[in-house]
Design a binder for this molecule. Structure first.
Ligand SMILES: [Zn+2]
Length: 412
């Protein structure tokens, strides 16, 4: 209760008008959705099969304003940021960030699990309706019997009872997690099969982080193009025989995707392989249940020839979701990555603007949106409006609309 009141207080202090407008939009959307299917609304504790109208389609009839400098006349639709890490301690800045950058909805991939923060996430959602949470497995219990089956049951509860809309798997799986006998747990650990199956049964996506920039597997020295970032995060270096190769990890992930064709996997950070567009093309072409997000990888995507990037986004327009990897917590902000000098609020708009300029414009030599990730520039992709609509909201809206199948066992 105290947490709830505290959050409500934060909300009132930050942006009352925006909060009211958002709440009304959400309520009207929910009412409209229920009316359409002739219902009074979902039974208590059971999510509606027709999700509330998270993002209204852009009003094409409205005259475009002058639009951004890099694309005069363009009117950006409301945007879903599919890749955020929003801690309760960082909520004070959320409304301002969303309002100032035209975000309609934020996916918090760090929703936690039962007894480890999920309950606070539920309270957050009651106040900040523009957030959707993803469930995180309780890896600490991985050595206990029936771990995978129990996690599947907990995901079921998180979705059906608490309104979570996905499962997030961090790169710890495959890189850091070990079994009781200290052997590495591979991404395709059979123990987790019930969890992947459950996500498919619930119709919620799995956002999975496997693979990282190639430089993370190279020696950490001044010749490494991510030296600044690796100096700040030594645990992100996977150079050495004790680590599996990138190729091994990505192959393990692909086997999971192949084994679970009814489950949608959003392979975050552009499939964990943004330096190799052909490989990401193969991923999306081979597995109809695979998708990617753009989070924190504009630096890599924008290094390819813009015409090639444009063709890629057009070809896979229904398979790519917009995400930034924005983080908000008591430690401050994270904008795609973080270093010794954390970003400030004044840095957030230029960060989002760099994304808009990259996807919408046709400029060359745009400054890297996250400087600690590299000192090169990127060239804009100049995407068609229909592709931008899919990237910014249509694909994410589809993913966040649950397609619940009847529970085989009653939810707890
Ligand atoms: Zn992330």
């Amino acid at each position: 209760m105290n947490t709830y009141l505290h959050l409500a207080g934060v909300r009132r202090l930050t942006a009352p008008c925006f909060a009211l407008a958002t709440t009304l939009t959400f309520a009207v959307g929910l009412w409209a959705g229920c009316k359409e299917v002739g219902q009074r609304g979902p039974a208590p504790g059971v999510p509606s099969r027709t999700a509330p109208d998270i993002v209204a389609p852009p009003d094409k009839a409205r005259p475009a304003e002058t639009g951004p400098a890099w694309r005069p006349g363009y009117k950006r639709p409301p945007v879903i940021d599919f890749h955020g890490h929003i801690m309760p301690s960082g909520l004070g800045a959320l409304s301002t960030v969303m309002r100032d950058n035209g975000l309609r909805h934020m996916v918090n991939l760090s929703g936690r699990s039962q007894g480890r923060g999920l309950e606070v996430s539920v309270k957050v959602k009651e106040v900040f309706t523009e957030i959707t949470h993803f469930y995180n497995p309780a890896w600490r219990e991985r050595s206990t019997p029936q771990f995978g089956a129990r996690e599947a049951a907990k995901l079921d509860e998180a979705v059906r009872k608490y309104g979570f809309r996905g499962l997030k798997i961090s790169k710890a799986l495959g890189l850091y997690l070990t079994t009781a006998d200290t052997s590495r747990i591979p991404v395709d650990w059979p123990e987790l099969d019930p969890l992947w199956t459950k996500a498919g049964e619930l119709g919620v996506p799995v956002a999975i982080h496997t693979g990282d920039p190639k430089a993370f597997w190279l020696p950490v020295n001044a010749d490494n193009e991510r030296y600044d970032e690796l100096k700040s995060h030594p645990s992100w270096s996977f150079h050495g025989p004790e680590f599996p190769s990138r190729e091994t990890l990505l192959a393990e992930r692909n086997r999971v995707i192949a084994r679970h064709p009814r489950t949608t996997f959003v392979c975050v950070h552009f499939g964990g392989n943004p330096e190799d567009l052909d490989a990401v093309d193969r991923l999306l072409s081979t597995y109809p249940n695979a998708m990617v997000d753009t989070a924190a990888r504009l630096g890599e995507i924008g290094r390819h020839p813009p015409e090639r990037v444009r063709r890629f986004f057009i070809k896979h327009k229904t398979r790519i979701v917009f995400g930034t990897d924005i983080g908000m917590s008591r430690r401050g902000l994270m904008l795609g990555s973080s270093g010794d000098d954390p970003p400030k609020m004044k840095d957030v708009k230029p960060f989002y603007d760099a994304h808009w300029r990259f996807f919408e414009g046709s400029e060359t030599k745009i400054a890297h949106p996250t400087p600690i990730q590299g000192n090169w520039t990127i060239d804009a992709a100049n995407l068609p409006e229909d592709v931008l609509d899919h990237l910014y909201f249509k694909n994410a809206q589809r993913l966040l609309t649950p397609r619940l199948t009847p529970a085989t066992t009653p939810p707890p």
